[in-house]
Design a protein around this ligand. Structure first.
Ligand SMILES: C[S@@+](CC[C@H](N)C(=O)[O-])C[C@H]1O[C@@H](n2cnc3c(N)ncnc32)[C@H](O)[C@@H]1O
Length: 350
């Protein structure tokens, strides 16, 4: 259980494992897919050769024994295999009674750990309609974040763009207006529905969790990744940025905005500036009070994950509010003129 807790702290803690037939060796071992030699039994049923199961990333190669739980016949990729030797060349076979018990006791716990709900999922589901209703004119977004972000965008006509954490699709709309071919992703199904209403049936909108590998996208598929105000809900930026780098072309660019580390450190009254810490506060500005969890991080944890994952920083902007902001909300305008709320960064594949 201790090691499970450790694995669960990383978003990439499971690997695919391909079941091979008896005596059948994998033609070309794949680093991302452990071969499971012999018979894989899940809930009392043997998985067909070629089935994919998930194993902890720390597993030794190849698995010659183990213990599987899950439901055969359902998506094999939802099966979890714990590696410990039982019998050579065989995964533990257990009868239906034991299977029921283990399914109830272990699978629910382990699969919950495996597919942890993203921290802001509930809050955004609750907030989505209110967010969509005022996002076109809400000063912090319309007259502060978006002018700064859009001002940094490169030429996008005809480019393949990923709009990450797209919310109700207001950025996607601007990207489409610039001639980009856009795929938009978000973890909140309500946000995706609202983006569909805004953008119409042709829009490429997908339900994707940015804390997980972006396996749905090919290497070098995109020219540009736009990620405004969605990274504050992601703990592990290095894993995500490596995925962005993988799906970007060699001359691709990545741009994001996030809470400014100086503002956030003061706002959340941190006693440990240098840590990435989970914080929360109540949002009142969308016409509905919602407790919003996020991660606050120091400046080095904003910039170094880019460098560590192979990007070169091109632009860093601490935005100032526009004149429209002044007209909409003078008090907050004055505050933002003297103390930044957000930070915008553009980087290119290094
Ligand atoms: C502040 S909104 C920004 C929306 C949009 N980018 C904009 O600026 O209008 C943050 C968005 O990030 C999404 N989000 C939060 N956690 C996410 C995750 N783990 N994966 C994908 N999207 C996530 C939320 O559902 C929400 O739509």
């Amino acid at each position: 259980m201790i090691s499970l807790a450790v694995w669960a702290r990383t978003s990439h803690w499971v690997k695919g494992a391909r079941v091979h037939g008896e005596g059948e060796a994998p033609a070309e071992p794949n680093q991302d897919e452990l071969p499971v030699m012999g018979t894989a039994i899940v809930s009392g049923k043997a998985l067909a050769a070629g089935s994919l199961v998930l194993v902890p990333a720390a597993s030794a190669l190849p698995l010659t024994g183990g213990f599987a739980c899950g439901s055969a016949g359902a998506s094999p990729s939802l099966c979890l295999v714990l590696p410990f030797l039982v019998l050579p060349n065989m995964l533990l076979v257990y009868d239906d009674t034991l299977s029921d018990y283990l399914d109830a006791f272990l699978c629910s716990t382990l699969q919950t750990l495996m597919t942890r709900k993203p921290i802001a999922y509930d809050a955004y589901q609750e907030l989505a309609d209110h967010y969509a209703a005022i996002i076109d004119t809400k000063p912090h977004n319309a007259y502060y974040d978006r002018p700064a972000m859009i001002g940094l965008w490169p030429e996008l006509d005809g480019k393949r763009v990923l709009d990450a954490g797209c919310g109700p699709g207001v950025y996607t709309e601007s990207l489409l207006e610039r001639g980009a071919v856009v795929t938009s992703i978000d973890v909140s199904d309500r946000m995706i529905e609202l983006a569909r209403q805004r953008l119409g049936p042709e829009a490429d909108l997908q339900l994707v969790d940015l804390t997980q590998p972006l396996d749905m996208f090919r290497d070098r598929e995109f020219d540009f990744v736009n990620a405004p105000l969605c990274l504050d809900y992601i703990d592990d930026w290095r894993s995500l940025f490596c995925e962005f780098k993988r799906i970007l072309k060699p001359d691709g660019q990545f741009q994001f905005s996030c809470g400014h580390p100086a503002f956030d450190a003061e706002y959340f009254e941190t006693e440990d500036y240098f840590s990435v810490e989970r914080v929360e506060c109540t949002w009142t500005g969308f016409g509905k009070n919602v407790v919003m969890p996020s991660y606050r991080r120091p400046l080095q944890e904003v910039l170094m994950p880019l460098i560590d994952s192979g990007f070169q920083i091109e632009q860093v902007v601490e935005p100032q509010p526009t004149d429209q902001f002044r007209q909409a909300d003078l008090k907050r305008f004055n505050a933002l003129m003297h103390r930044p709320g957000f930070l915008c960064v553009r980087a290119k594949v290094g």
